[in-house]
Design a protein around this ligand. Structure first.
Ligand code: MG
Length: 375
């Protein structure tokens, strides 16, 4: 049963290129399926989330992270009476635009672009992937996704001003996104905050004592488990406490969003879009716990010396390859050479690099830079 403010597929603003409807899959289900069958989606399997395979081959990569976000987002959407098909499509697409090497890769690519007066943003890049780079259909470029999925890809994690991004005007930047898109960013955070504690602990970069001493919310949950199962192995007690923390975040997000909707007397999708602020949010108490977890992860994991070699690798490989193709455009694949007649070369090189997996970019680096000496 959909809530009155949910997105209804029959009211979709539709696809860029008209297509006959499918006999038994609605348009958002088809969009979800198109994302799953996309090349960019398969490549997430070899893109770093936080840990490279140097640590373990069962830690999260960007594909398994994406699946965890989809699971959490579907659960939240179901409880709020939102359109679960749209939420699933958005969750599966939310990281399609990420370059190789996680956030270090994104930072290096953006820095390289800024030297050319341009920039790199993974949401905008995801839109370019689904609009243009994916080639699966004879009748149109890209995946020809519905307006609501394209809009959610752009708006799920931040606001773009129409003055700065006139090319996005069709997405009515003055509108807030529907709740289906608003919840993706927070489902993403719940997924990576808990997953990174898990992988960080298992990689021995974070200790139980360190986590409990710095994160009161985790310490409380761990103590409950500790009292109930004092003889269980530490890793199992840790898992149980982490699972309860994930549930606490999800429960709170659902309950607090319901409160927000009631207090604002929201009845329709239009009221969501024109409200003064986003309505999916944690309560102040859990919001401060979430911030603590995030700050803890930044200080003790993302910026740790242990992960520094990966960051330096990412920066060197991306910066040097970017410089190489900018001065040797003839060695780009022919499709990209053709694109450089239309778009600035730096943008074309950026698009090429952003699409690569970690493995592939290392191969390219070996071939064009490492073996030649300098870029
Ligand atoms: Mg993500």
């Amino acid at each position: 049963m959909l809530a009155s403010y949910a997105v209804r597929v029959e009211n979709s603003l539709g696809r860029r290129y008209g297509e006959p409807s499918h006999p038994y899959r609605n348009d958002f289900e088809r969009d979800r399926d198109r994302v799953i069958h996309a090349r960019a989606f398969r490549r997430l399997n070899d893109k770093t989330q936080v840990f490279t395979r140097r640590y373990s081959d069962h830690f999260r990569n960007r594909l398994t992270h994406t699946l965890e976000v989809a699971q959490i987002a579907r659960t939240i959407a179901g409880q709020l009476g939102l359109n679960v098909d749209l939420v699933e499509a958005l969750a599966l697409a939310h990281d399609l635009g990420h370059p190789p090497f996680g956030h270090a890769g994104e930072k290096a690519l953006d820095a390289a672009m800024r030297e050319h007066g341009l920039s790199f943003d993974h949401n905008l890049h995801a839109l370019r992937i689904v609009e243009d780079f994916e080639q699966r259909y004879v009748a149109f470029p890209g995946l020809n996704l519905t307006f609501e999925v394209r809009e959610g890809i752009i708006k799920h994690s931040r606001d773009y001003s129409s003055g700065q991004f006139p090319e996005l005007s069709e997405y009515v930047l003055g509108w807030l996104p529907p709740l289906e898109a608003q919840l993706i960013d927070l489902a993403d955070e719940i997924a990576y905050d808990t997953a990174d504690l898990d992988d960080g602990y298992e990689a021995h970069l974070l200790t139980l004592q360190q986590i409990c001493s710095r994160l009161a919310c985790f310490a409380r949950l761990f103590q409950e488990i500790d009292e109930a199962f004092p003889h269980a192995p530490e890793k199992l007690r840790f898992n149980e406490a982490l699972k309860r923390m994930l549930n606490r975040f999800v429960d709170d997000l659902i309950a607090n969003t319901q409160t927000n909707l009631q207090q604002a007397h929201i009845r329709s999708l239009e009221e969501i879009r024109t409200h003064c602020e986003r309505l999916v949010s944690f309560s102040p108490e859990v919001e401060s716990e979430r911030r603590q977890v995030k700050q803890f992860l930044y200080a003790n994991l993302y910026f740790s010396t242990a992960l520094q070699p990966e960051k330096e690798d990412a920066e060197r490989v991306i910066t040097d390859l970017f410089a190489y193709w900018n001065s040797h455009p003839d060695s780009l694949p022919s499709a990209y050479r053709q694109k450089s007649q239309r778009d600035p070369l730096a943008r074309v090189v950026c698009d090429y690099i952003a699409g690569m997996t970690d493995n592939y970019i290392y191969e390219q680096y070996e071939k064009h830079v490492a073996r030649q000496g300098t870029p």
